[in-house]
Design a protein around this ligand. Sequence first.
Ligand code: AMP
Length: 645
Amino acid sequence: MPGPLTSYADFYQHSIDQPDAFWTEQAKLIDWFAPFTRVCNNDKPPFAHWFEGGKTNLCHNAVDRHLATRGDQAALIYVSSETGIEKTYSFKELHLEVQRMAASLKAMGVVQGDRVLIYMPMIAEAAFAMLACARIGAIHCVVFGGFASGSLASRIDDASPKVIVSADAGSRGGKVVAYKPLLDEAIRLSSHKPEAVLLVDRALAPMDMTPGRDLLWADLRAKYMQAQVPCEALDSTAISYTIYTSGTTGKPKGVQRDTGGYAVALAASMKHIFDGQPGETYFSTSDIGWVVGHSYIIYGPLIAGMASIMYEGLPTQGMDGQPNGGVWWSLVEKYKVTAMFSAPTAVRVLKKQDPAYLKKYDLSSLRALFLAGEPLDEPTARWISEGLNVPIIDNYWQTETGWPLITLMSGSTNGVERKTPKFGSPGVPMYGYRVKILHESTGEELTRPNEKGVVVIEGPTPPGFMQTIWKDDARFVNTYWKSVPGKMVYNTFDWGIRDEDGYYFILGRTDDVINVAGHRLGTREIEESISGHAMVAEVAVVGVADALKGQVAMAFVVPKDAAALTDASAAFKLEGEIMKRVDGDLGAVARPSRVRFVSVLPKTRSGKLLRRAIQAVCEGRDAGDLTTMDDPAALEQIRDRVKLG
Ligand code: AMP
């Protein structure tokens, strides 16, 4: 790296002009079992292979390499306001638990390259399972615990796991959610059957064990108490995990990530963006079922030698299970959290609590609050910024990118200035990312300030970025890299503008993906579930702005027999049935907030649903030139239904 680079612009430009030198320097942040021979192989774009020839291991970097220097320090701090359990695992203890889990997986026949599907609540064993997979080179596929049997079954079929790791139940707001029956139903629905299922029994719900398939973690743990399982030396390009995310089709995409590139990307981001120091405590309020959980509950903080808090429960519930809007702040005080990561929705929930909670605890350890996953609105940002009196750092990224692509660098550990935040903007492009704004239909680059276009990334994409879609290179290329005319660029499917100072503003998705309370959902998946109801002829699901959740899903349904819905109670009943169906197929997270019945849906002459027009009407906006359709009365009907509430 040339001398100390103190300006953001110089640091960023160096990463773009001399990527090999830049990333070779960053690669020193992790341990390698064998050095890499090529920094980036981009011979066959858009497939960028990072650190070829190098051998490393994510679990070694997250756990083993800290044993000598900080073995007795906290690594994983598990806190559940659902069960009142609070337990700290030192790096040494984590090392032992991960080896017990790794030995158990091996005993079940798991070898390098096998998939292990993890369907678990936020409990420490979920972290052990992820790290154990990384340790032995198995590919973990974590499925969000809020998803139901239908979603889980399609992921089981796509991932074809040898083993599934799960638990008897999760708990949300004191309500037990039994996982085992959902899992059994998913396995019944799927064509692929796992060889074994490893179950953590939390004694929250009874479990029907399937003999010959189901095993208890407590039994295997006892058996492998003293197990020593070394970290496999894995190729840098070996697949570490897949994580499913929603797109425009009903079929979820398995975002696939490598090993070495991901480890380097996370280590670099902990230094340059999150300002994480070894021995400090990081608190991300996300869930392991999402990419934030992978990158910034499990791997990122541990790679940086930090303790990571893994929290199960609502932000408004104390350790005694009673309402308490200060529970997160009490953890910041108790564990001297220096960096906290959450989502705007969670902050909006906290904003409804007594503001005295923010004053009640000593929050002086906190240096910054990072927020991501959905647009950060100004009132929320101002409220929390005034309450905490620390920088609020918005960061924009996606499951696909693995780490933030637009945000502000931390400034404190690398000597690079932190640019002043601007409300409404996550900031500027991060090192390694060539971000552009292109015209949606011509593909022409928009260089003038404040011109709205599609946010794209020019290849080669940096380390940590998705390698491909699991088992589907063609879909990866066609979906992401061939959707802008005449250019082979990665499409984020987000609208954006760049202002005169180079700050980006993200203006929502260009596709049919919606974002409910920071959870990414495909409207097409919800539509497919609703269409399965015998009384539904046609359906359109759109995301509608919501003050608390950012967006909520709203469904417009054309019933097969309109006459059967003439009285309000029949419509109400069908609405309930449809919601229940979505709960059962996809999980409550995808349940539409409202279902409204119409006789026709607004479409173009060629039969394409006018989702953006429906959405505009639902949000009380002018549908303007979006109304070029055959039957304008269809949109009027939607307007009427929305008015009725
Ligand atoms: P996910 O893959 O679930 O992380 O969702 C990624 C999508 O969430 C992005 O494509 C954006 O639409 C949205 N998103 C994530 N972070 C931000 C942010 N800081 N500001 C605005 N939108 C965001």
